[in-house]
Design a protein. Sequence first.
Length: 432
Amino acid sequence: MDKSVKIGLMGLGTVGTGVCKILQDNREVIFERAGTEFEIAKILVRDLTKPRAVEVEEGLLTTNPADILEDDGISVVVELMGGLEPAYQYIEAALSRGKHVVTANKAVIAAHGARLIKLARNQGVDLYYEGSVGGGIPIIKPLRESLVGNRIEEIMGIVNGTTNYILTRMTQEGAAFDEVLKEAQALGYAEAEPAADIEGQDAANKLVILASLAFQTPISLHQVYCEGISRITPDDIAFAEHFGYIIKLLAIAKRRANGIEARVHPTFLPKEHPLASVNGVFNGIFVRGDAVGELMFYGRGAGDLPTGSAIIADIVDVLRNRRRDSHHRVETLWTHIPVKPMDDVGTRYYVRLHAQDKPGVLAQVAASFGAEGVSIESMIQQGRGQDQPVPIVFITHEVEERQMQASLKRIATLPSIKDIANVIRVEGGMPL
Ligand SMILES: NC(=O)c1ccc[n+]([C@@H]2O[C@H](COP(=O)([O-])OP(=O)(O)OC[C@H]3O[C@@H](n4cnc5c(N)ncnc54)[C@H](OP(=O)(O)O)[C@@H]3O)[C@@H](O)[C@H]2O)c1
């Protein structure tokens, strides 16, 4: 076995730089733990002239992917470019040439994970992707290794720092969504094009990865119900507070008798729930296994050093496997559990309406809910409107989505209802 293992790094942006910094700072201890020395032999970038935040040896940078993919001396490829293409193509090429791959690319793993895992297994190489969910939080390895004795029953995660930052500021300051988004963009906590975060697609990608691993079944992005946070108002946050809840964007996967639920949406969570205190840009992932019970993983879900920490751990795993010649400890996706259509998913709901303040309105709304089998757990009506519509807020008992949608259709046709302002699912039991 050669003395120093050669690694090809694809991407020297935020995470790639973090990896290089950690390697510079903790070099000795990492080598000792890996049981072997390694070196970054080539770094693929787009622009050779760009100033870099770490010092890199002259001649290391390249714009030609073949310098890594076609170099037989490079046995580990670390892909940190992001985006679907050409990253997917490069990962596939690396695995096909018998190279181990470490990546933080949630888009590629969510879209092509099952196929790439199969390819890695067939090639007898490793494919590790700890950094793809939760940045620096170890969650992939616990699901893949530490929890193998469990049937995982439920995962609920705050896996998008941007939306958690926005919701935290809205909760703490009573501020409006647009205002906080603008500030988050100015501070660099939100992208100039924030749709993937705000509308929940980023969290949905991460849920695909977590749920596929937890339930050992391939799940596709199109099977995940996805709703973002742009409709949340200070009124919703205030009503949540009134009932003892806090609003979080959750990625939820549950194993039910007749299939898996996979959904991303804003959620009322009791203030006492462990996820309720995950604030700002932090991430938290709550897991329930039948043997272990409840677990909570918490930490920085992004950033150069936190994500770099996860990448280094994967690299060290690859190198340890290499020493023991025990590669391809990759997961087997061996079941095919159906994903339930959203219509069949049952939750409790918060419903906020605006109605004319007239006698009989409440009875009409209650009758519309009742006609579809929706029963009401709590209700408040605020203020006296005179000519102005007033807010009426309901929390329901658990019903299926189809029942809720059918009752909302009925309510929308009532002449005294001005609008259905928002509908938010409720999880995590009753507040104390
Ligand atoms: N940022 C985080 O905190 C974080 C957290 C968890 C996971 N991740 C994931 O980690 C990956 C990297 O994210 P990042 O934030 O580090 O990205 P980034 O800052 O945008 O860096 C991307 C790097 O890849 C290079 N690159 C991009 N496309 C390329 C191409 N077609 N050919 C050659 N080089 C190319 C860029 O080269 P130039 O430098 O020359 O432009 C840059 O060095 C993504 O998959 C992301 O989802 C990021």
